[in-house]
Structures are given as structure tokens and as C-alpha cells.
Write a protein that binds this ligand. Structure first.
Ligand code: F6R
Length: 240
């Protein structure tokens, strides 16, 4: 794991963008695994700015998102479908038919997404990390070789995400469809971004803790090409 510690969130987002841009420049047909949430918003801003200023083309880029809530209308402002359109897809020239997000509520729907994923190799998988060490919505206890599956979100995740739903935990969908840890680990390269002191424990457990299903992100220690980009606060509990 390569860990890069930045002064602040802005610098972190720029650093993460360098990693992303390198992959896209080397391979204009790259397949990207994308994440939602607050952590990658700065990176998406950099991608949009670069597209507007330098014309970096997404015409031949394909994307697969990590996860989506179950039972949420795609057009709901807090669906991950809406998030991706708002922060990236609507501002670059990626073709709508080349973007993929999990959809549906059954394990059969999840199996269909996994079958799509198995036909490709993701060149760069972008991740955030939950305060409880989740990646995607692979909550603590998820098997390391899980494929795409339907997840019951933990109380910690429901509370963390209630900030997007009027701070009302009851409005947060209680289930999601998520790529599994097995699906994530097949990616060629992984870029994880995290910021803020409330991620420091999860970051420490991911980077320095034992590889255990209690900390889903700890499996990344076994991946050959992971870049972790942090701000100082998220890195504050690392020993070096
Ligand atoms: C989002 C995702 C989640 C988030 C994580 C951190 O697609 O899969 O694992 O990356 O919950 O969320 P933020 O960035 O909002 O703190």
C-alpha cells in the first residue's frame, strides 16, 4: 500500500486526481470503478475542471459504480445515480450507455451486476472508507471473497448517511446493493481517498491493523497496487 498524506482536503483531491489522470491518459479506454459520498467530491471537481480546461476525453471511458441504495428511485436527489450525474457524468463527455450503476433489490439483480463486472477488468477502482472500515457497503463481517450482494446497512452507516436525509436515520434506505470485496479486489489498481479525523481509526486499522473481516478495508493490504490518499486528520493515527 502506498500512503500519501496531504496538508488538507484540497491537496488530497488534487493528488488523487493525478493518479486518476495518469490512468486515463495512458488508456483512454480505461474502465473505472467509481464511488460516491463526500470523500471523492473534490476529485470529481478536479476531473470536471480538467475536462473543461484541457479537454481530457471520457468518450471511450466506461464506468461501474460500487453501490446504490435499494428501494430508492433513481431520480431521488440522494440516489447514487443522481450523485454521479450531479458530480461527474453531466459535466464530462462520458457516454450514458458506458456508465453502470447497481440497480434492483434482489440477489438475482446483484448476480446480474456481478456477471457484468466479470466480463471486464476495472483499471482503477476508486474507494472511500466508512468510519467502521467498510469499503463499498461491505460492512464489518462481510466475507473477503463476497461478490456483488444485497447488504443490510449497519446502524453506524445509517447514522453517518442520515446527514443526506434531513438527519433522519429513518429516511435512509436500510439496504444497498454493493460490489463485494471479491469484486473490488479484482481491479488492477485501487485509489482510496479519506479525509477528516472521524476516519482516522478506520484508516489506521486498514493500513496497520491485522487483515480481518472485522475491518473490510484491511483486505486491501493484500492487493498489489493500492494508493491511499489522505489529509492530515485522516492520517493522524498512523504510526509513521
Ligand atoms: C460510496 C461508498 C462508501 C463510502 C463511505 C465513505 O460509494 O461505497 O463506502 O465511500 O461510506 O463515505 P463518505 O465519503 O461520505 O465519508
Amino acid at each position: 500500500m502506498k500512503v500519501i498524506v496531504c496538508e488538507n482536503y484540497e491537496e488530497e483531491s488534487k493528488k488523487a486526481f493525478e493518479v486518476m489522470k495518469d490512468v486515463i491518459q495512458k488508456n483512454p479506454h480505461a474502465i473505472l470503478g467509481l464511488a460516491t459520498g463526500s470523500s471523492p467530491e473534490g476529485l470529481y471537481k478536479e476531473m470536471v475542471k480538467d475536462y473543461q480546461e484541457n479537454g481530457t476525453s471520457y468518450a471511450d471511458i466506461t464506468s461501474y459504480n460500487l453501490d446504490e441504495y435499494v428501494g430508492i428511485d433513481r431520480n431521488h436527489p440522494e440516489s447514487y445515480y443522481s450523485f454521479m450525474h450531479k458530480h461527474l457524468f453531466d459535466h464530462v463527455n462520458i457516454k450514458p450507455e458506458n456508465t453502470h450503476l447497481p440497480e434492483g433489490s434482489t440477489q438475482a439483480d446483484a448476480d446480474a451486476y456481478e456477471a457484468e463486472l466479470k466480463k471486464v477488468t476495472i483499471d482503477l477502482q476508486l474507494l472511500g472508507i466508512g468510519r467502521n472500515g467498510h469499503i463499498g457497503f461491505n460492512e464489518p463481517g462481510t466475507s473477503f471473497d463476497a461478490p456483488t450482494h444485497i447488504v443490510d446497512l449497519t446502524q453506524s452507516t445509517l447514522e453517518a448517511n442520515s446527514r443526506f436525509f434531513d438527519n433522519d436515520v429513518n429516511k435512509v434506505p436500510h439496504q444497498a446493493m454493493s460490489m463485494g470485496l471479491g469484486s473490488i479486489m479484482r481491479s488492477k489498481k485501487i485509489l482510496l481517498v479519506a479525509n477528516g479525523a472521524n476516519k482516522a481509526d478506520a484508516v489506521k486499522a486498514m493500513v496497520e491493523g491485522p487483515v480481518t473481516e472485522k475491518v473490510p478495508a484491511s483486505i486491501l493490504q493484500k492487493h498489489p497496487d493500492v494508493v491511499v490518499v489522505l489529509d492530515k486528520a485522516a492520517a493522524s493515527k498512523l504510526s509513521k
